[in-house]
Design a protein around this ligand. Structure first.
Ligand code: ADP
Ligand code: ADP
Length: 217
């Protein structure tokens, strides 16, 4: 489903964030990507979503080489992935409902059906009662659940999350972990970058670890 073939990523300035990484994520797998801060986890995720390009090597997603896609093809790739990125928080000037609706507006979904899809996504993450709320009136855990609803509203077959439990109380973090487990049970392929890996170990996750840009055996 996702394949890294000897991928190296060097940022401008020469810093090597990933060094010769080869990795395969199979259909239906739950993969936990562990590693210290600065190990290269976010970079690996950005390469999958085409937000960065490899300096060497190839990244394949669903049979397509990401680095070979043209700029106008990248939005299609990103829509096929559910992404929960650290820097893409909810928009603060609109309700939870409207935030979750955004990806459907972008894809030109008919408004009537879109509203239904938004409610289904909000129900899945236990946020149905908060649809009219503004993001900043909610707890960190609730905001994170809404961000996950936004990521799954397009029903992606792959869900990728960068530190989805960062800055959450342990109880909220466990809720989020259980949520990913339920998507995994429903057949979604999941990649999670986390330093909170014990949260996911009971769920039969495969674990790989990055250290200073290298994948440990
Ligand atoms: P992690 O997600 O594991 O904390 P990152 O992928 O964010 O790691 O970062 C890996 C390394 O690449 C770090 O040393 C970081 O400082 C560096 N890095 C990340 N993004 C950039 C960037 N846009 N420009 C230069 N260096 C970067
Ligand atoms: P900016 O460059 O200003 O961060 P983007 O064009 O990247 O803006 O994103 C605009 C809005 O689209 C984001 O604020 C967010 O609501 C939504 N968005 C972008 N990327 C993602 C993503 N990976 N997952 C979910 N929503 C996203």
């Amino acid at each position: 489903m996702i394949r890294f073939e000897r991928v190296t990523k060097r940022y401008p300035g020469g810093h090597e964030a990933l060094s010769d990484v080869s990795l395969e994520i199979r259909h239906g797998e739950l993969l936990v990507l562990a590693g210290h801060s600065g190990a290269g986890k976010s970079t690996l995720i950005k390469l999958i979503a085409g937000l960065e390009k490899p300096s060497a090597g190839k990244v394949w997603v669903s049979g397509q080489e990401v680095g070979a896609l043209r700029a106008n093809q990248l939005p299609y790739l990103r829509r096929s992935l559910g992404l929960v990125m650290q820097e893409h928080r909810l928009l603060h000037d609109r309700t939870i409902f409207d935030n979750v609706m955004l990806p459907l507006i972008v894809t030109g979904y008919p408004p009537r059906d879109a509203a239904k899809r938004v409610r289904v996504a909000l129900e899945k993450v236990g946020m149905a009662e908060f649809e009219k709320a503004m993001p900043l009136t909610l707890s960190g855990g609730e905001q994170q659940r809404a961000a996950i609803a936004r990521a799954i509203v397009n029903k992606p077959s792959v869900l990728i999350a960068d530190e989805p439990t960062a800055h959450l109380d342990p109880a909220y973090a466990r809720e989020i972990a259980a949520l990913f487990r339920s998507f995994h049970s429903a057949g979604v392929t999941i990649l999670l970058a986390t330093h909170d890996e014990t949260l996911f170990s009971p769920y039969g996750a495969r674990r790989v670890e990055l250290s200073r840009g290298r994948l440990l055996a």
